[in-house]
Design a protein around this ligand. Structure first.
Ligand SMILES: O=C(CO)[C@H](O)[C@H](O)COP(=O)(O)O
Ligand SMILES: [Fe+2]
Length: 227
């Protein structure tokens, strides 16, 4: 079954609690943390994640687009995140960091920018609960989906199967009703959608529509979904 994670990057930041409730039925709430160093944009930090985790029952999926995640990621677990994703390009010691995130009680996940290949990280996969493949350059919502990432999604799904892992495979960036089936067919099972959900008239209905398309594709795809 597909998981649909609306990204609050496209929500109204002055009404975050309300916006979180507008997507009831979503699996996770995707929280984009940007520091204006790793990416050229600035969003929110630990105190807002802490407040948001108290304001909603939907678990938080924190995507850290920040330098020095080795120092900061554990604080997001303490703030209440159920899943914390750091970038491979930014982490000094990804194995140690993934182990620390897990030891503190959250799911550990690593993200790859579009130009970062999966192959050098094959041996690290057992340390992770999820791998995030960026399907846009990180930094902004509302960008066009990069079709050239589909082969990387397919290769990552093959590695997950080859090693018999239970990890999830997330895609983030430009995911909409017109691109989600391509992602699911290639092997993604967790879908982040910002503008496609919060730009819709009815965000909860947008989540249902995305889920229906992804589930339909996963049911007939040639790979085994881990949830
Ligand atoms: O990490 C991100 C950007 O760096 C966002 O999660 C992503 O872009 C979601 O927005 P959209 O679905 O509109 O592309
Ligand atoms: Fe994100």
């Amino acid at each position: 079954m597909a998981q649909i994670n609306p990204s609050i990057l496209s929500a109204d930041f002055a009404r975050l609690a309300e916006e979180a409730r507008a997507v009831e039925g979503a699996d996770w709430l995707h929280v984009d943390v940007m520091d204006n160093h790793f990416v050229p944009n600035l969003t929110l930090g630990v105190p807002i994640v802490e407040s948001l985790s108290r304001a909603t029952d939907t678990p938080l999926d924190c995507h850290l687009m920040i330098d020095d995640p080795d120092r900061w990621a554990p604080q997001y677990v303490e703030a209440g995140a159920g899943s914390v994703t750091f970038h491979a390009e930014a982490a000094a010691a990804p194995v140690r960091l993934a182990r620390e995130i897990r030891a503190k009680g959250a799911r550990a996940s690593m993200a790859l920018k579009p130009a970062t290949p999966i192959e050098p990280y094959e041996d690290l996969l057992p340390e992770l609960d999820m791998l995030l493949i960026m399907t846009v350059e990180p930094g902004f919502g509302g960008q066009a989906f990069l079709d050239i990432m589909l082969p990387k999604i397919r290769r990552t799904r093959e590695l997950i199967s080859k090693h018999g892992l239970e990890m999830w495979l997330q895609v983030d960036g430009g995911v909409s009703e017109s691109t989600i089936e391509r992602c699911a067919e290639a092997g993604a099972d967790v879908f982040v959608a910002g503008s496609a959900v919060y730009g819709a008239q009815d965000p909860a209905e947008a989540v249902r529509a995305l889920r229906a398309r992804a589930d339909g594709t996963i049911a007939s795809a040639g790979w085994a979904c881990n949830h």
